[in-house]
Design a protein around this ligand. Structure first.
Ligand code: C5P
Length: 233
């Protein structure tokens, strides 16, 4: 199974399919709010039918019962990974897993991972706007522990946090890390980026890569190159 999840951040269906048709093999893709809210779940079903693995990045956060029912419906899409905000708390995360189990196809539910603190949340914003004291790193670790205790399979985090999360939550607890750039790439709007080599060294289980692959002159070659790094070859 691929360790590189390609963020399909395109604004038209044509761009999505032109990109996917470059690949002969199934790849792992991340479908977020932009595609889902533009084209509905039909696009998720279509990409699944092409044989690709899907991380459906919709970041749920609501009362436990609502999240449970929503997750039950997401599980029926037969996607591979879904996510939610750990800030919704333990009851919400446990309810999410119950919903996924109820909606599971052939007894196999999607993996469920938690967003800890968004990387767009600064230290100051977390302390002052959100009223959460302490460091962002401590909050991320606390949320990761809570996610694990609530039965989740892992977290979305920065490459720089993956090692500490594995130390606290164990190596089987998945770390999925965006903010990846090849050494030769532009950072675009990302502030703190890391290379795939560094992500591999830090023990990240999956990396999320958007523009470094989608905007590359040869997307397939770049994807395969990054995959060899993540496979430790
Ligand atoms: O193009 P790029 O590689 O920067 O895309 C990264 C993807 O990961 C985007 O879909 C972005 O929304 C997502 N993401 C992120 N940082 C987070 C969470 C998600 O860049 N903390």
């Amino acid at each position: 199974m691929s360790k590189t999840m390609v963020a399909l951040d395109f604004s038209t269906r044509k761009d999505v399919y032109e990109f996917l048709l470059k690949f002969k093999e199934p790849i792992y893709v991340k479908i977020g709010m932009e595609l889902t809210y533009s084209f509905g779940f039909e696009i998720v079903r279509e990409i699944k039918a092409m044989g690709h693995h899907i991380f459906l990045d919709l970041k749920l956060h609501d009362i436990p019962n609502t999240v449970k029912q929503a997750m039950k419906n997401l599980a029926k899409l037969d996607v591979d990974v879904v996510n939610l905000h750990a800030a919704g708390g333990s009851a919400m995360m446990k309810a999410a897993i119950e919903g996924l189990e109820e909606g599971a196809i052939n007894g196999k539910r999607p993996l469920c991972i938690a967003v800890t603190q968004l990387t767009s949340t600064s230290q100051e914003a977390m302390n002052e706007d959100l009223g959460i004291p302490g460091s962002v790193q401590d909050c991320v670790i606390q949320y990761a522990k809570l996610a694990k205790e609530s039965g989740l399979d892992g977290v979305v985090c920065s490459v720089h946090e993956a090692k500490a999360i594995h130390e606290v939550c164990g190596n089987a607890f998945l770390t999925v890390t965006p903010g990846i750039r090849l050494a030769t790439d532009s950072k675009d709007d990302q502030k703190r980026v890391a290379t795939p080599e560094y992500a591999y060294e830090q023990g990240c289980d999956y990396i999320v890569v958007g523009r470094s692959i989608t905007k590359a002159a040869d997307s397939v070659a770049t994807y395969r190159f990054i995959e060899t790094i993540m496979e430790g070859k």
